[in-house]
Design a protein around this ligand. Structure first.
Ligand SMILES: *Cc1c(COP(=O)(O)O)cnc(C)c1O
Length: 427
């Protein structure tokens, strides 16, 4: 790389990067623009974005419909506080999300990031019980789970595998178990809950796919079992759909619909604005919402991020929902999954590859050891594809609008990158 832009050279020392050892990390790639599924780098190269900027950019970059909506909003009302004031985009979005989500998940609390949406869900659940005179602050959560990087959300992530194991002991103490995957697992968890259920406010789970914990899938059975157990032990069931929600799985807009399970609280973020602006939502059922109704002001939900319901973000989200209505996103997600199945198949039999799996528009290659992230990433970049391996996996979650040849390029890059690594393994 020769022509690095001035802003990059002069700003580099000052930007602290995510999940990055700043002493040894390779410099990030300066991006100057993006269009559709492609990122344009400062040196003129183009990369197909195989992970949609952390799973957010579902309609591709710079979709005209979203861009026009945000521009219109910018010229009328970019932001106004939701405390005491109202604006159209947030109210329309809340109504639309309520209509899209199943059952009576009809009460939308806006925030500005996924972690905060999960924090709010946890606070809602804990205060729901407080408002009834019960002190139930803990949560049941699962190995392999990921729910964010703030202190409360770290406490419901996998305690050992996660990037938060350093903080073990300093975090809220939660009840962490394996996901129940069959009748025996359900019965075992039932016994645990019989002992500890009284302390618990609820259950926090990523439905159908545990994302940042390693792209591990489970069946609808698991969620149906959790619903049964939640009912039996009077726990609130929280589905963190920040990764899987909004079309990623192809069969429906939300994992709760695919599983046929009605949670009490759902969290959304990432794809909510089509990857254009930060926005998140915590959506509660009527029962949860009504548990805060009272003559006592202290029974109100005590939360209110400054930028909650940001009008630009809500305008982008409404435009994104328009696209889900007018364009065949779910079919596209299904088609991506079917094609990835074929594209990644050659890796199944390679040495060092433990598993190849797809679910909706998610394609995962799991290795039998920690992934050589720099090597795999560089090999993909050489083939014009942006991917970010982590733990033991190389995965793709492309924009749902990705063209066939771009998807083929992503698949070929994964096959060649993992293939070269596998061939270099000692016997
Ligand atoms: C990304 C993610 C979060 C955290 O969202 P941020 O916007 O990064 O704070 C929470 N839960 C799940 C399932 C996620 O994938």
């Amino acid at each position: 790389m020769s022509e690095l832009p001035d802003w990059f050279e002069s700003g580099r020392r000052h930007v602290w990067l995510p999940y990055t050892q700043m002493q040894t990390a390779r410099p990030p790639l300066p991006v100057v623009s993006a269009q559709g599924t492609r990122l344009r780098l400062a040196d003129g190269r183009e990369l197909v974005d195989g992970i949609s900027s952390w799973w957010a950019c579902v309609h591709g970059y710079r979709h005209q419909h979203i861009e026009a909506a945000v521009r219109r909003q910018l010229e009328t009302l970019p932001h106004v506080m939701l405390g005491g004031l109202a604006h159209e985009q947030a109210y329309v979005l809340a109504q639309r999300l309520s209509a899209l989500l199943p059952g009576d998940l009809n009460h939308v609390f806006f925030s500005d990031s996924g972690s905060v949406a999960v924090e709010v869900a946890m606070k809602m659940a804990a205060q729901f019980w407080l408002n009834r005179g019960q002190r139930r602050m803990k949560f049941l959560c699962f190995r392999g789970g990921y729910h964010g990087d703030t202190f409360a959300t770290m406490s419901v992530c996998d305690p050992d595998e996660g990037m938060h194991s350093l903080f073990k002991g300093a975090l809220l103490e939660q009840l962490v178990v394996d996901l129940p995957r069959d009748a025996a697992g359900e019965a075992a968890l039932g016994q645990v809950l019989a002992r500890h259920g009284g302390d618990l406010a609820g259950i926090v789970v990523e439905p159908l796919v545990q994302g940042a914990g390693g792209m591990v899938f489970h069946d609808a059975f698991t969620l149906q079992a959790l619903r049964r157990l939640a009912d039996e032990h009077d726990l609130l069931l929280i589905f963190d759909e920040i990764f899987v929600g909004l079309g990623r799985l192809g069969d429906a807009m939300f994992a709760c619909q695919i599983a046929g399970v009605q949670p009490d609280i759902v969290t959304l973020s990432k794809a909510l604005t089509g990857g254009t602006l930060p926005l998140a939502a915590t959506i509660a059922s009527a029962r949860i919402h009504d548990g805060f109704l009272s003559d006592d002001p202290m029974n109100a939900l005590m939360h209110g991020p400054t930028y909650m319901g940001n009008a630009l973000g809500c305008a982008a989200a409404n435009a994104s929902l328009d696209l889900f209505e007018s364009e065949p996103r779910l079919e596209q997600a299904q088609a991506i999954g079917a094609r990835l199945e074929g594209l990644l198949a050659p890796l199944r039999t390679l040495r060092g590859v433990r598993d190849v799996r797809t679910r909706g528009a998610i394609g995962v290659v799991q290795l039998d050891r920690p992934a050589p992230a720099d090597q795999l990433s560089a090999a993909c970049i050489e083939r014009g594809v942006w991917l970010r391996p982590f733990r033991d996996i190389l995965y793709t979650t492309p924009p749902l609008t990705i063209a066939e040849d771009d998807l083929a390029q992503v698949g070929a890059a994964m096959v060649e990158a993992v293939g070269a690594w596998s061939a270099s393994l000692p016997d």
